[in-house]
Design a protein around this ligand. Structure first.
Ligand code: PLP
Length: 347
């Protein structure tokens, strides 16, 4: 197990930072008259600032995920914890991160915004994680390693045995982005949080839970790491509408479970249909709600699909994904439209 020294990892200015103290931080008990935040007394409940630590919502998520509420950070999408990790731990112009490639573009964008160098660690040609490539890219200024499992856009889960040595040996933080984990739930790293003090797991309500519009992302990590994120976030980072809507949609997970079942079934059906199309060369194994599909003329097919009002993601210029389109699994009706359009192109 890797022991980490958070004080050494943190940027000096963040270590010294005295965070903004809101009216709700200074008094969070119950009372009948609140005259401490210069709010308008009318227009309940929208006149009041929301709970800065989202306690009710965290307690619900804690039940669903089986993770202590003190180890949960909630943000405006996963984008927020990604950005906060850079701002807390990476000294602009000096530190760097290692990110597997190809993967989600936001790690590099957040790094660029924060003036942090990205050292890419290329996946093997079968899209498996090369542990040595990742560890060899690390130098004394590497603060974060970004892994994504199941990975976007390659769709595969990363093997436990490939990730473990990284968690064991790296003295900075290892971020595992599990945006698609609801489609392969047994592979989650959440249960390893107590074993690895340097592990940060990212999840989101944007995919399987069907709530991309309310912008709600989660980071799970040791309490000390969560405290750092809380210290530097905007005081009221999650608005009341998001918190209320999430509480409503999280009453149970029956809908989510049914959606995941339907999408997984449809993914396999779609795969079969696609394989019968002659210019489909390869469909990569998927542990997520999308398929990476290698075709003969990716650019041409991409544009012809647009002409037919069907939009997929052209990934043909992404490393190791030459000639590939990323296709999200839709409803049965949407998938039929896709297949119909593709079949017509062939005629
Ligand atoms: C879609 C996706 C997310 C979700 O981001 P949000 O900001 O939570 O909507 C995160 N990571 C990956 C790899 C994704 O593909």
């Amino acid at each position: 197990m890797s022991q980490i020294d958070l004080n050494k990892l943190l940027r000096a200015n963040i270590k010294q930072l005295k965070p903004y103290s809101s009216a709700r931080d200074e008094f969070s008990g119950t009372a009948s008259v609140f005259l401490d935040a210069n709010e308008n007394p009318y227009n309940e409940p929208y006149n009041r600032y929301p709970d800065p630590l989202q306690r009710e919502l965290k307690s619900r998520i804690s039940q669903i995920k089986g993770v202590d509420a003190a180890k949960i950070f909630l943000g405006n999408g996963s984008d927020e914890p990604i950005d906060l990790l850079f701002r807390a731990f990476c000294e602009p112009g000096k530190d760097n991160i290692v990110a597997m490639e190809p993967s989600y573009g936001m790690y590099t964008v957040a790094a660029d915004i924060n003036n942090i160098k990205v050292k890419p660690a290329l996946l093997n040609s079968d899209y498996s994680l090369n542990t040595d490539t990742v560890l060899n890219a690390v130098d004394e200024h590497t603060k974060l390693i970004f892994l994504c499992s199941p990975n976007n856009p390659t769709a595969n889960l990363l093997k436990k045995e490939a990730i473990e040595p990284i968690l064991d040996r790296f003295k900075g933080l290892v971020i595992i982005d599990e945006a698609y984990i609801d489609f392969a739930p047994e592979a989650t790293w959440l249960k390893q949080l107590d074993k690895y003090p340097n592990l940060v797991v990212l999840q989101t309500f944007s995919k399987a839970w069907g709530m991309a519009a309310i912008r709600l992302g989660m980071a799970f990590a040791a309490t000390e790491i969560i405290q750092v994120l809380n210290k530097i976030k905007y005081p009221y980072n999650l608005n009341i509408l998001t918190q209320q809507k999430a509480m409503e949609l999280l009453k149970d997970d029956v809908k989510k479970t049914n959606w995941v079942d339907a999408i997984l079934k449809e993914r396999e059906r779609l795969k079969g249909e696609l394989l019968s199309i002659p210019y489909v060369e390869q469909i990569y194994p998927s542990d997520a709600n999308f398929l990476l599909v290698k075709v003969k003329d990716a650019d041409g097919i991409y544009h012809k699909l647009i002409d037919n009002s069907v939009i997929v993601r052209n990934r043909s210029r992404v490393k190791l994904c030459q000639g590939s389109l990323r296709i999200t699994v839709g409803t049965p009706e949407e998938n039929i439209k896709l297949i119909t359009a593709l079949t017509a192109l062939n005629a």
